[in-house]
Design a binder for this molecule. Sequence first.
Ligand code: ZN
Ligand code: ZN
Length: 193
Amino acid sequence: MRSLDEYLHDAEQAHGHLCAGQVLGVRLAMLGLKELEIDDPRGKDRKRLVTFVEIDRCVTDAVAVVTGCRLGKRALKFRDWGKVAATFVDVSTGKAIRIAARESSKSLARQMHPEIEDKNQQQMLAYREISDHDLFALQWVKVDLPPEEFPGYKGERVVCDACGEGINFRREVRRDEKVLCRSCAGERYYSAL
Ligand SMILES: [Zn+2]
Ligand SMILES: [Zn+2]
């Protein structure tokens, strides 16, 4: 595995700036990989890992950089829960660990560096120094990953009976003998003008 500074350099490039979220995200992902004993997630181990992230913020960009898991590769799964947490699944063994940033990390940063007024600077420094244990809560978990969730899944593509658009990865809804996309089935996040 590479060093914190090396990953932070890459994270800064990918994310556009260096921030406390990047430090937290890089450390969170490095810890997940260490626990799963995955050394080279962007090289020889690149097919071993699926990562679930629970927030769409700075942290998530850093997790993606360290793990090499990306949305477009189906190896990054997003659950919009607003929590600074991620679950790392080793698909070769089925082992999985969920790691969440402790709620106390912000106040700990304040205690450690009261001399730094800027919150982001304060946390950036403290999040380098705080131990894994004080920064994160770890939990070994079981994640059910059906075949259609795996990055390399090759499945049948179906067409929505209502709108005619194609649907991959078994995301269709079957109702009253009809095949519907999620939008036509009522999960629409937009409305027509
Ligand atoms: Zn940021
Ligand atoms: Zn449809």
